[in-house]
Design a protein around this ligand. Structure first.
Ligand SMILES: Cc1cc2nc3c(=O)[nH]c(=O)nc-3n(C[C@H](O)[C@H](O)[C@H](O)COP(=O)(O)OP(=O)(O)OC[C@H]3O[C@@H](n4cnc5c(N)ncnc54)[C@H](O)[C@@H]3O)c2cc1C
Length: 584
């Protein structure tokens, strides 16, 4: 395999072509029509994970709802770790963004009288989740993509994989990307860069996340010197299909689905999540927040009340009482997934489900405008931690998050870019260095023995055993040690494929390297946080400790490659910390 190097230049470079990346590009292009914008994406933009979002997008719109109630549900759902100034901006701008998307062509479901239809969602105490059947992300991404096509200032690099950020004079000034089709390296210089590379669920074995969600952007930022924030907070979704991890959306429970244990009993009534009540009072126990529901599953397993399946314990999701008409009109995709992947028809049969890693609350540390502490670097969407999600995200807040903060990052990074001089002179040297590094690291085979798949599987097992729904000091210390060993073994991986075109083995190697970085920050942040809050549950520190840990964790990379953890304050505006109460 021969590496070659090409050079191109933009004012603003966006790495990631999902919802956040496209929204950022449109915002920047609308506000600054003369800005020259590039978007790099490792997959064709319509294949980004946003496309698979099913349930919906939250934004207060009904007359019985208010921005303050959406803010309070988000903040209490996040166990008071959210920055409240960010949440206030978010709840205000979310409905505006969702309406804008409607004007661009997004087909939101409507009530018979023409009003926007909203559905209940976990942890939201009012109905405020907009939806387009159970294919909301598909319709949103389509709308953004076709709007993006109208902006001639936007150049796309589809199927280019970013391997490194270019940093000169303390400022991020572009990236190096590998073109998958040719194997050529592209040095893309820019006056500002926005990371919109999405999450990292693939660090875990059972996940709803597409195989492309490997935390590349988090690792790019971390290696360039930007801190990662709140990495210990990983959301498990309570209802994934066993083995594949495919998501069965929360919308099934908002439409009235039950969770049953092996005795056919709605076990959630034993976990302080209230008693179910009819719409529009939304305190039914199946619609509790995701962290509590996933923790209840573990307790049911411990009590011996789960069902033993071929891929470990499961519980049952029961939709039978909803009837075929509701399932076909409101949840057609769920029926399709169950039939295709489990050979089960939810109209007449119970669906086996288990908690699966779903969403990353943490990410690259940004302010309310997407700016990271590293000059010229911005981030938005799941790769970023603003933070509106705190210790536990409420379902349906991420789609509006990527719109609100994608747009903010686009405008602010665009303005920053216009104020900068031309890119630095030494960037080409850095590009050549990266080329040499890739050549040294991956191309020769001799004397190398390690397999990518072996290291990846071990990492996933270490994370599930040591840093899953419940963790302890002992399990995390062990996980940290084992991950370090994997980091040390990584340089010895051998690639069989030395071809130029679509070398997916080489891409898997880059992705594994990103995941190892991300996994280490998760484990170190979790080890340092000696309390239980939201999705971070320590068996050795079962209570929340606001005195010591009402703070964001910040992981920075030390010279030896290990993470250094420090803390920064949480912004509290109007809602002082209180107990999280559901279903009274
Ligand atoms: C199955 C599923 C269902 C969901 N349902 C909902 C829901 O109903 N409501 C809700 O609010 N949230 C939902 N979420 C969460 C939400 O969809 C995501 O958080 C959000 O879509 C992420 O958008 P993003 O733009 O940040 O990233 P993505 O859409 O994941 O896009 C990431 C982009 O980065 C690019 N990229 C990554 N690495 C590189 C690299 N190294 N080089 C170049 N490009 C790169 C990719 O090509 C891609 O274009 C769901 C998530 C999943 C997995």
């Amino acid at each position: 395999m021969e590496l070659m190097l090409d050079i191109s230049s933009h004012d603003l470079l966006i790495i990631g072509g999902g919802g956040a990346g496209l929204r950022a590009a449109i915002a920047a292009s609308e506000v600054f029509p003369n800005l020259n914008i590039g978007i790099v994406s490792k997959v064709y933009p319509m294949r980004s994970h946003t496309v698979s979002a099913e349930g919906g997008a939250a934004g207060a719109i009904r007359s019985d709802d208010s921005l303050d109630e959406h803010a309070y549900d988000t903040i209490s759902g996040g166990d008071w770790l959210c920055d409240q100034d960010a949440v206030e901006a978010f709840v205000k701008e979310a409905p505006e963004e969702l309406l804008r998307l409607e004007h661009w062509g997004c087909p939101w479901n409507r009530e018979p009288d023409g009003h926007i239809a909203v559905r209940p969602f976990g942890g939201m105490k009012k109905m405020r989740t907009w939806f387009a059947a159970d294919k909301t992300g598909f319709h949103m991404l389509h709308t953004l993509f076709q709007t993006c096509l109208k902006h001639s200032a936007i150049t796309r690099y589809d199927e280019y994989f970013a391997t490194k950020l270019l940093v000169e004079e303390g400022r991020v000034q572009g990236c190096i990307a590998l073109e998958l089709m040719s194997g050529k390296l592209q040095a893309i210089t820019a006056k500002a860069v926005i990371l919109t590379t999405g999450g990292c669920g693939r660090v875990f074995r059972f996940t709803t996340n597409a195989s492309i969600k490997t935390g590349d952007g988090m690792s790019l930022a971390y290696r360039a010197g930007a801190p990662l924030k709140d990495m210990e907070f990983i959301q498990y979704h309570p209802t994934g299909l066993p083995f594949t991890g495919i998501l069965i959306t929360e919308a099934v429970r908002s439409e009235g689905g039950y969770l049953l244990n092996k005795d056919g009993y709605r076990y959630l009534q034993d976990y302080n999540l209230g008693t179910p009540q009819p719409k529009p009072v939304l305190r039914s126990m199946e619609l509790g927040p995701r962290d509590r529901l996933s923790q209840a599953f573990v307790k049911e397993v411990e009590k011996g009340r789960a069902v033993e399946g071929p891929y470990g314990p499961v519980v049952h999701l029961d939709l039978r009482h909803l009837g075929e008409r509701i399932i076909n009109t409101k949840l057609p995709f769920v029926r399709e997934l169950c039939l295709k992947y489990e050979n089960i028809d939810p109209v007449t049969e119970l669906v086996p489900v288990r908690p699966v890693a779903h969403y990353m609350m943490g990410g690259v540390d940004t302010d309310i405008n997407g700016a990271t502490p590293l000059a010229g670097l911005y981030a938005a969407g799941e790769v970023a931690c603003v933070s509106i999600n705190g210790a536990n995200r409420l379902g349906s807040n991420s789609l509006p998050e990527l719109l609100v903060f994608g747009a903010r990052a686009g405008v602010h990074a665009g303005r920053f870019a216009l104020e900068q001089k031309s890119p630095g002179r030494h960037l080409l040297t850095q590009a050549l260095d990266e080329e040499a590094l890739i050549r040294r690291q991956f191309l020769p085979k001799t004397g190398r023995r390690e397999r990518i798949s072996a290291i990846r599987e071990q990492m996933q097992k270490i994370m599930e055993d040591g840093a899953g729904i419940y963790r302890s000091g002992a399990s995390l210390t062990e996980a940290a040690g084992k991950l370090r060993e994997l980091q040390e073994r990584f340089p010895n991986i051998a690639l069989d494929d030395q071809s130029q075109a679509f070398n997916t083995e080489l891409i898997s190697a880059f992705e594994l390297s990103s995941m190892l970085d991300v996994a280490e920050t998760m484990v170190h942040c979790a080890l340092n946080r000696c309390e239980s809050r939201g999705a971070h549950q320590r068996t050795d520190f079962p209570a929340r400790n606001d005195e010591k840990f009402l703070a964001h964790s910040l992981a920075t990379r030390k010279a030896d490659g290990t993470p250094q953890v420090s803390y920064s304050p949480v912004t509290i505006t109007r809602w002082p910390p209180a107990e999280r109460v559901y279903g009274k």
